[in-house]
Design a protein around this ligand. Structure first.
Ligand SMILES: Cc1cc2nc3c(=O)[nH]c(=O)nc-3n(C[C@H](O)[C@H](O)[C@H](O)COP(=O)(O)OP(=O)(O)OC[C@H]3O[C@@H](n4cnc5c(N)ncnc54)[C@H](O)[C@@H]3O)c2cc1C
Length: 423
């Protein structure tokens, strides 16, 4: 077997981002944004478009966080079932958020077209694949709730699901034609190019080490520079580090790892996802798979990268797709998902003029892009309120214990599945 490259496929295949420099010297802007992922870049792009002076300060490179590491499923809505959303925040607020995110893929693919973002956009829909009785029941529930709200979804029976996925391991699938796949790091880098084009200032390799109140706003400091701003957006989600580390205490960070195969042969591509939808399954310890532009299978599962995950992934892929019985992985990488306690994103006004948007719980391409846009509209009086709850989140009690519960649970599941299948 060829040596596996432990790096991200997305980093290896994304077009370069803009050439940026670290923040140096002293600057004044209306809005400063900490974090260069989908949320921060979308907010910067829209604020700049509305004529507001704005700067993004990123600790590492653009897209370093979840935005550059994710699966690339550009879905409508949230993880929660629509009825659960209504239960969590009330029917009226639930409808506002549901409606805002139902059109999120339209908005994402619209931006991609408007700014000619080279991010391998494919809009052939997504398949939420059913496993077992509980999986089928879950999809039937989701289908009924989404159809009732006017979503153009289809519940596929086992024969239809199996031919669409190319595997006999699923008994159903919920097809959502609004969704698609993208190369997520390329999308983040493209948003950065677009934000610069609209006049935003972007700085990389500039961890913000302190944010202190001033008479008329805030002073953000990095190793070599500082920025004064009337308003600040903390768009650091699961990757809250350095001067904003405290933010991370409001979410449980869970690892999710992915492997990318060598490009599949034409014969294999004729069987595996022939329509190139993105897929995730209904299992509690979820896995996902999709193809990239070169025909690589990108397979992901909960938990950190390592032998347990890659051995399980090889076996699971071979079981699902007998034509891939000897899959070879070229890339592997990991990211951290920020699970909020109610699995919803929140915008919090921490203090006057200091906002944080986070807690996407694994669905941030559409929601992050939309929240960035809505913040820009809100700050410029183009809208009265955001679609997400603006509750101030508490620190999660026993956060480390909860993190361990998920991580150890995922490892045990992968080990158990493997030894069971090897019996
Ligand atoms: C493995 C994985 C798979 C996923 N798959 C999907 C998917 O298929 N579809 C989907 O919709 N969503 C998915 N998600 C969720 C999605 O990626 C995130 O919700 C989204 O990227 C969050 O974007 P963001 O801009 O809010 O934060 P991030 O992209 O995480 O950006 C935060 C940035 O803040 C920077 N930062 C932190 N502290 C500082 C500081 N002090 N100073 C300066 N900068 C700082 C970090 O370096 C980082 O770049 C996935 C997430 C992961 C991790």
């Amino acid at each position: 077997m060829a040596e596996r490259i432990c790096d991200s496929l997305w980093r290896a295949s994304a077009p370069p981002g803009p050439e940026l420099s670290p923040l140096k010297g002293s600057h004044d802007v209306k809005v400063a944004i900490v974090g260069g992922g989908f949320t921060g870049l979308s907010a910067a792009l829209h604020l700049a478009k509305f004529g507001v002076s704005v700067a993004v300060i990123e600790a590492q490179e653009i897209g370093f966080g979840g935005s550059g590491r994710n699966v690339g499923l550009a879905n409508a809505g949230l993880w929660l079932e629509p009825d659960q959303l209504d239960k969590a925040i009330g029917t009226e607020a639930g409808k506002v958020l549901y409606d805002a995110l139902a059109v999120a893929p339209d908005y994402v693919y619209g931006l991609i077209a408007e700014y000619d973002i080279q991010c391998e956009p494919v809009r052939n829909g997504s398949l939420h694949a059913g496993v077992g009785k509980a999986g089928l029941a879950q999809l039937q529930r989701r289908y009924a709730q989404m159809a009732q709200r006017g979503a153009p979804v289809q519940l596929l029976n086992s024969a239809e699901a199996q031919s669409r996925i190319g595997s006999t391991k699923f008994n159903s699938a919920l097809f959502d034609p609004r969704a698609g796949t993208i190369q997520p790091l390329a999308y983040a880098r493209g948003l950065a190019h677009a934000a610069l084009k609209e006049g935003a200032h972007l700085y990389d390799f500039s961890p913000v080490s302190s944010i202190v109140p001033q008479d008329n706003g805030w002073l953000l400091s990095t190793a070599e520079g500082e920025i004064r701003a009337e308003k600040v957006i903390l768009a650091t989600n699961a990757y809250s580090e350095h001067g904003v580390k405290e933010q991370a205490r409001k979410f449980v960070p869970i690892h999710y790892s992915q492997l990318a195969s060598k490009p599949l042969s034409d014969a294999q591509l004729a069987v595996v996802l022939p329509n190139k939808e993105g897929v995730w399954d209904t299992c509690t310890v979820m896995s996902s798979f999709r193809l990239d532009k070169q025909g690589r299978l990108v397979f992901g599962g909960m938990g950190g990268e390592g032998n347990v995950l890659s051995n399980w992934a090889s076996q699971r892929v071979a079981e699902m797709f007998p034509v891939l019985s000897k899959v070879e992985w070229d890339y592997c990488w990991t990211g951290q998902i920020a699970y909020s306690e109610d699995h919803l994103p929140h915008c919090q006004q921490l203090q006057r003029g200091l906002y944080s948007v986070a807690g996407y719980s694994g669905r941030g391409i559409g929601p992050g892009t939309i929240m960035g846009k809505e913040l820009a509209e809100w700050f410029t009086d183009r809208r009265e309120a955001l679609s997400v709850p603006t509750t101030v989140l508490r620190n999660i009690p026993m956060r480390e214990l909860k993190r361990l519960f998920y991580e150890v649970g995922a490892q045990t599941y992968h080990l158990g599945q493997r030894s069971h299948a090897l019996d």
